[in-house]
Design a protein around this ligand. Structure first.
Ligand code: SAM
Length: 396
């Protein structure tokens, strides 16, 4: 990659799951190391930002609520296949693709003269071949696999305008690499991070308030909480698609890793033993999985894990935050009476956590009603394909 293209600004799009885009924009604005991601704008499906190559690397390394980061390669008018092929061949594919490399073209067409997605993909593949003098190998990209198998290229036709973007992330960003052990109905790491950000827990303050997850399962919420408070970069130990690009700048990446590590070390020294994160679950296997995951994430020593039912929680005296994802029917089945469980949770919180903030992820308004707490449920996420509410309030 030339020096000029390294320093010029790229148009980036940070893709998020439904409900997470405003939280992601807030994350970008607040993070001490993401100042080079310029003018974040919430749009449908994510956040548009501008930044240089190191900003692109930083976005992948540090963002907790993002699913992937796309770089816009180009945008042009195309109302027939000749225009599509010739104009697509003018784009600088060589920055991102190896000649003959594996590519997956994900095409969508709306309100455009070119509407056949397969034919559009074929012409874009030919354009890549024209430009690189070798046609790409078309392969399926698997976003959940640690080895996605192909570079994802996103082609969008809307009102005869063709926008082509390159995926910089590869495996989806929720896969941080620590969660190898899972219990029932694990929450995506990006959703857990979003829940924590939505809860208002002041994770980055001088002394974060106590945090409690009494239904911690495989530990996603407390682990994300600890990583957030300790400012550990979620992408520290994984591979990204941009590392395969011909223009990958290893020296810049190493500098950014060092910067991230120095930042996290300073934060750890500042917090010392002050972090109070409690995580419990009645299932011994879940606690075992959560501890192993926390170990891999490098946060095991700052989380107090315990195996017991919600009725046995012993929260610290100082008011804090309960952030949790109790069972809610569609995803966790069993003989348990969920209405009784929610009623019991409400009772336990009123008795032992007066004045605490509570934020729960649940799909069922009637179940939340059993808690007898005044909760606001205006924010929704999608978890495992179903709409789920983020319900928040203060325990009275
Ligand atoms: C939806 S899962 C939580 C998933 C978790 N957030 C994760 O990412 O793995 C709900 C958890 O609540 C636990 N659970 C169910 N009833 C419980 C009770 N009465 N007391 C404590 N834990 C309970 C289950 O064992 C399960 O792990």
């Amino acid at each position: 990659m030339s020096r000029r293209s390294q320093t010029s600004l790229l148009e980036l799009f940070v893709v998020t799951a439904p409900g997470l885009a405003p939280l992601c924009a807030a994350e970008i604005r607040a993070h001490a190391l993401l100042g080079s991601l310029l003018s974040p704008q919430v749009q449908s499906g994510g956040v548009a930002v501008r930044g240089d190559l190191s900003a692109l690397y930083r976005a992948n390394l540090h963002l907790r609520t993002a699913s992937r980061v796309l770089v816009r390669l180009g945008e042009f008018h195309a109302e027939n296949f000749t225009q599509l092929r010739t104009r697509a061949a003018l784009l600088s594919w060589e920055t991102y693709l190896q000649p003959g490399g594996a590519v997956d073209l994900r095409v969508t067409c709306h309100k455009s003269r070119l509407y056949h997605t397969g034919a559009v993909a074929e012409r874009v593949a030919q354009a890549i071949g024209d430009r690189l003098r070798q046609p790409p190998a078309l392969h399926k990209y698997d976003e959940e696999s640690d080895e996605p198998g192909a570079q994802l290229v996103v082609v969008r036709l809307l009102h005869d305008t063709c926008t082509i973007s390159i995926d910089a992330s590869g495996t989806l960003l929720h896969r941080r690499g620590y969660r190898l052990a899972t219990a029932k109905a694990p929450l995506r790491e990006t959703l857990a991070a979003g829940l924590l950000l939505a809860s208002g827990w002041e994770a980055t303050g001088a002394l974060p308030p106590p945090l409690l997850d009494p239904f911690c399962g495989s530990g996603t919420i407390p682990i994300e909480a600890a990583m957030l408070a300790l400012q550990l970069a979620p992408g520290r130990n994984r591979h990204f698609a941009f590392m395969n690009w011909p223009g990958f700048d290893v020296a810049t990446w190493q500098t950014l890793l060092d910067e991230a590590d120095a930042h996290a070390q300073a934060r750890r020294a500042q917090l010392r033993d002050a972090l109070q994160i409690q995580a419990s679950d009645r299932d011994a296997g879940a606690i075992e999985a959560a501890q192993a995951n926390a170990q891999r994430a490098g946060v095991a020593e700052v989380i107090a894990f315990a195996c017991h039912a919600v009725s046995a929680i012993e929260p610290p005296a100082a008011p804090g935050y309960v952030v949790t994802n109790p069972p809610y029917g569609q995803r966790v089945r069993g003989g348990a009476d969920l209405r009784n469980l929610y009623a019991q949770l409400g009772k336990v919180l009123r008795q032992r956590c007066p004045g605490w903030h509570v934020t729960l992820l649940s799909s069922d308004r009637a179940l939340l009603g059993q808690m007898g707490l005044r909760l606001d449920a205006s924010l929704t996420f999608v978890n495992g394909g179903i709409d789920v509410m983020v319900a928040s309030g203060v325990v009275q």
